[in-house]
Design a binder for this molecule. Sequence first.
Ligand SMILES: Cc1cc2nc3c(=O)[nH]c(=O)nc-3n(C[C@H](O)[C@H](O)[C@H](O)COP(=O)(O)OP(=O)(O)OC[C@H]3O[C@@H](n4cnc5c(N)ncnc54)[C@H](O)[C@@H]3O)c2cc1C
Length: 517
Amino acid sequence: MAELEALADAGDDVALVFAAQSLRGMAGGDLLGKVRDLHAHAQRGLLIEWGSWGDGRTAEEIFQAMARRQIEYYVIRPSQSPDELFHQSVSTFLLEWAHARRVSPHTVHIIGESWTGRAHELKEVLGRCAVPHAFLLADSPDGRALVEESGDGEPLPLVVFPNGTVLANPTNLELASAAGATIDPDRREYDVIIIGGGPAGLSAAVYGASEGFRTLVVDDGGIGGQATSSSLIRNYLGFPRGVSGRRLAESAYEQAWVFGAKFAFMHEATAIRREGDRVHVALSDGGEVSAPAVILATGATYHRLGVPEVEALVGAGVFYGGPASEAPTTVDEEAYVVGGANSAGQAALHLAEFARRVTLVVRAESLEKGMSHYLVRQVEGTPNIDVRLGTEVVGGGAGGDGWLKRLVLRSRADGATETVDAEELFLMIGARPNTEWLSAACTLGDGGFIRTGADIENGTWPLERSPLSLETSMPGVFAAGDVRHGSMNRVASAVGEGSIAIKLVHELFAAEQLQLS
Ligand SMILES: Cc1cc2nc3c(=O)[nH]c(=O)nc-3n(C[C@H](O)[C@H](O)[C@H](O)COP(=O)(O)OP(=O)(O)OC[C@H]3O[C@@H](n4cnc5c(N)ncnc54)[C@H](O)[C@@H]3O)c2cc1C
């Protein structure tokens, strides 16, 4: 602790601390729990002996330390030299630290006059393309230096890429294209077109392309969908430490790409119609693509709070979605999260690693109503998280610097209002399906979710054969993931449905005797 204190006093940044389970006078987990008070971004690993996870006491210590957010993960003590398993753990921790410090390799820098407006939109575009990025105010020392070096006299915001490319106030298309995203479809006819590049769409792309279908993914933003706003997905199979939504999206995109899937980012699908045995999809640039099979994986979009003074601060302390990319900037701040579902619980836990205090504002009277038991346990076990049940945000305002300064909270029980200091607000208040453009084409269920298979209303299915299980009321058009009526709102279920949809496309090709293009 003395060494860590000395390093903090000297202004040195500690990236990674390992501690044994038992130390003189202190448990390793307790020491690691104090590290973040001194070094806000440090990663923490509890060292255990090989095989000791089978010992009940050690296992409980690991579970408790993780639940109390004292450690990121456990690490098996290195036993021989070289120990590549140990090296891999170190590298993984260091990469996480670099992401949190925004010094990861190949970071794109955006320099703007203020956090809001166009600079915020550009940050969102890069976030949606899963590109590591950092924002600098133009009058900060680092911002000034980069402007002088890269684009003095150019209009702001300025975007500086790791390869030296500099774009002055680019369009979304120019930005995505410079970041390596493919924009235009390479042809007009495919075997399968997937609308939406979230987990469901990316999964369909991996299976579609790997099984020989000429596959196109169209997305109005970039890759990853809602998942990119998740800081740590802990319940996705195969990632015991958890995986950030961004990392998962990047890997899935790469996997689909190496199998030959094509991508058209920054294109919105605006209409869909069936002619003969082909489905035509109209795109926002006026173009059209077609295929015998289309998979709708358009997911859902956040509900808005609808409080004008809070909406005006989006980007300046107010954010829709998870704090994946903003959390590191909340060190020592008062952060608020609004929402009662798992995503809000995760956001609060992630922020608690950085912020002085996190307040979770929930409309319902209990956390259990909307959150998984394991998350409720973690939220309640985290000392710097407060939970305000039966409460809503009804107002707010900025300080002199234009950044969020206060919020007005109202008790749903007695209508009493209270003004509180707040520097960050993350809104995670549910989502509506992205289906407005489909209402004339497919039958939609409650809340606008797409009906499929046995859920399709009587009289709306036009063919003699029965619809396949994920098929919509328009033959040859399937729905997968959060956009589907009855979906499970999980990454795993979206990924599962994406792969099932491709299996059903095989059945469609067989049933309708279709040929690959
Ligand atoms: C903050 C947060 C944390 C979460 N954490 C977890 C977790 O820990 N574990 C878990 O299992 N789940 C989690 N979820 C839920 C999970 O992210 C979703 O269930 C999953 O992303 C759904 O995938 P999807 O592909 O169906 O839709 P989405 O992820 O919503 O993707 C849909 C995509 O389609 C695009 N699109 C929409 N309309 C059009 C159009 N007309 N044309 C072109 N493109 C279009 C969208 O821009 C988007 O990119 C979390 C969600 C959030 C918001």
